[in-house]
Design a protein around this ligand. Structure first.
Ligand code: PUT
Length: 292
């Protein structure tokens, strides 16, 4: 009974839980940062969980990886220098690789164990590490950003876990300030931004910090991901002051990039219509988020 109660006690979604039938545990281990679990599920294929929270499944990872990557990269012309924070599974790298204009992809992931186990169990995601443009940095993102020269990146993608544990500081003002410093004028950030059903206050705080920090356009977008709490996940899109960016109408549509829809494996979720639709908010979310 005590064990069952603990499932309903996550402070990010108190009083609720979501379960998947486990067919077989494939890996269980502990890094200095978190517990890592991989299992075969009955209906979603292989699943990666960190500290008991689902990070990705074979079946629906396409929605998250494709949206968090192409929402920012299709919103600016010819992205060249891209940084990924987190993303140790490699899925975001796989998606960035579709953009032929990109010349370098830095990734800063804190947990080497996540990278290693994903290479063993999720080859369709970790294939992203094989792209010759990728430079891997294992360590703390804030430290990495502090040491990056000012104005380096066209786009930064923050593919973090939830802001409890190692990702806590990734939703705070000093972190966003270091991101803004590392972006070139008119450069863009896409940050994992939780669920509009569950985390209104957190999203409001992030929106208000980001409007103040980036000074360009700031928008909340969302997509359906069935295995994330509430079945939805948000993305915070921010442009640094400089050449204006209109996130709502992609200037660099994926369908026009040679081979991008089919490179490696076919795109499954993202397209220009999904991009535009991602910024359309239900009435309650408009009311709660648009003032920020
Ligand atoms: N990067 C995975 C996001 C998980 C959100 N709960």
């Amino acid at each position: 009974k005590a064990n069952k109660l603990q499932y309903y006690n996550n402070p990010m979604w108190p009083g609720e839980t979501h379960s998947l039938k486990v067919e077989k545990i494939l890996y269980q281990g502990k890094s200095p940062y978190q517990e890592v679990l991989i299992f075969e599920s009955l209906t979603y294929g292989k699943v990666l969980a960190l500290d008991g929270i689902v990070q990705l499944t074979d079946k629906d990872e396409c929605a998250y990886q494709e949206m968090i990557t192409h929402l920012p990269l299709c919103s600016i012309p010819s992205p060249k220098k891209v940084l990924v924070i987190g993303g140790g599974d490699g899925g975001v790298l796989r998606e960035i690789a579709r953009h032929g204009s990109v010349e370098s992809i830095d990734i800063c992931e804190i947990d080497q164990l996540v990278i290693d186990v994903c290479k063993d169990f999720f080859p369709d995601l970790s294939v992203g590490f094989k792209d010759p443009r990728v430079r891997l940095h294992v360590g703390d993102a804030v430290e990495f950003l502090r040491n990056s020269p000012e104005g380096t990146y066209d786009a930064i993608i923050v593919d973090s876990s939830d802001p409890i544990g190692p990702a806590q500081e990734l939703v705070e003002k000093p972190f966003f300030e270091t991101i803004a410093r590392a972006l070139r004028p008119g450069g863009v950030l896409c940050n994992q931004a939780e669920s509009m059903w569950l985390h209104t206050h957190l999203i409001q705080d992030m929106l208000s910090i980001c409007c103040e920090t980036f000074k360009g356009s700031v928008h909340y977008a969302w997509a359906s991901v069935p295995t994330y709490p509430s079945g939805a996940i948000g993305f915070l899109l921010c442009a640094k002051e400089g050449p204006p960016v209109n996130f709502l109408a992609p200037i660099n549509p994926i369908e026009k990039l040679e081979g991008a829809m089919t490179a490696g494996r076919d795109i499954r979720f993202y397209n220009t219509e999904m991009h535009r639709a991602a910024f359309v908010l239900p009435t309650f979310a408009k009311r709660e988020l648009e003032a920020y």
